[in-house]
Design a protein around this ligand. Structure first.
Ligand code: AMP
Length: 281
């Protein structure tokens, strides 16, 4: 496994291997790796000759400086996990390597970025697009792997790839949500949950699963109210939003269309903000 700190050196190495017909899969991460990340890496390894993982805690996507500061960093363990998975290249740049100067670019995602997460984390997706567009240019992968756990991010990245990269060279691959045994969606933030909040957090996915299964018995408004009410009945949890949206436009729907509608939620468990989603069929 080779570790790169500089864009120029990893770009050069990758482009020379691509000239020899080697295909590249790319898994962008912010570190604090867990089984969710591992599943993306395994998928990339199964579909490409070489796999590149980046670890970069991107400051421009944090609208809250405290959240950036508290973001878990576990570099040594991350490198061990990545090495054990057989990753070929790791890209771990310093902030100054990615942002030698302030990135002033504003992306336009036709409103995809202004609902849900965008409403509560203004500027978040612009920051995500800034870093992912830079990483795409540096790595130039054949395929890039993203988790459905970040459902809205996936939609934004797909649009970025289409609008700003012409959908030509990079195929975006969506990977299923990996969950803990009790159903909680894996997240780097889970390590920050107190034992009590960790116990409560299971109610998020369990409530979503319950109404995913019984969705036909309710209207969209009833589903929204019931999910929020049941989660907030736990004193350790506070729902920020629960929206039932169209998979492509991310606009709220009035009626569930099986296979085309997803319920997306953000919940505070103490001061830890968790997101999850379920698709309705
Ligand atoms: P992050 O390090 O949180 O930026 O995540 C890096 C990638 O891993 C993103 O594409 C996430 O959607 C994905 N990911 C994070 N958690 C999970 C999970 N539990 N299941 C599947 N993918 C995940």
């Amino acid at each position: 496994m080779e570790i790169f700190k500089y864009s120029a050196s990893i770009s050069k190495e990758i482009s020379s291997l691509k000239n020899h017909g080697i295909s590249f899969g790319f898994v962008p991460t912010m570190g604090a790796l867990h089984e969710g990340h591992a599943s993306l890496i395994r998928k990339s390894k199964s579909e490409n000759n070489f796999t590149v993982v980046s670890i970069f805690v991107n400051p421009t996507q944090f609208n809250n400086p405290g959240d950036l500061e508290k973001y878990p960093r576990t570099e040594k363990e991350d490198l061990k996990l990545i090495e054990d998975l057989g990753v070929d290249f790791v890209f771990m740049p310093e902030i100054s390597e990615i942002y030698p100067e302030k990135d002033l670019r504003i992306f336009d995602f036709d409103g995809l970025d202004s609902v849900m997460e965008g409403q509560f984390r203004p500027g978040h997706f612009n920051g995500v697009a800034q870093v992912v567009s830079k990483l795409f240019k540096i790595i130039q992968p054949d395929k890039a792997y993203f988790g459905k756990k970040d459902f809205q991010q996936l939609a934004v990245i797909r649009m970025m790839n289409q609008k700003y990269f012409g959908n030509k060279n990079i195929k975006i691959v969506a990977c299923d949500i990996v969950r803990e045994a009790d159903g909680l969606a894996m997240s780097s933030r889970n390590v920050r949950l107190s034992p009590e909040h960790r116990k409560s957090a299971v109610n998020i996915s369990q409530t979503l699963f319950k109404y995913q299964k019984n969705n036909k018995n309710y209207t969209v408004n009833q589903l929204k109210n019931l999910v929020t009410k049941e989660i907030d009945a736990d004193k350790n949890l506070k729902t920020e939003y629960f929206e039932i949206v169209d998979n492509t436009t991310l606009k709220p729907v009035e009626q569930i269309i099986p296979g085309k509608t997803t319920g997306c939620i953000a919940v505070f468990a103490g001061d830890v903000r968790l997101i999850d989603n379920v698709s309705f069929s």
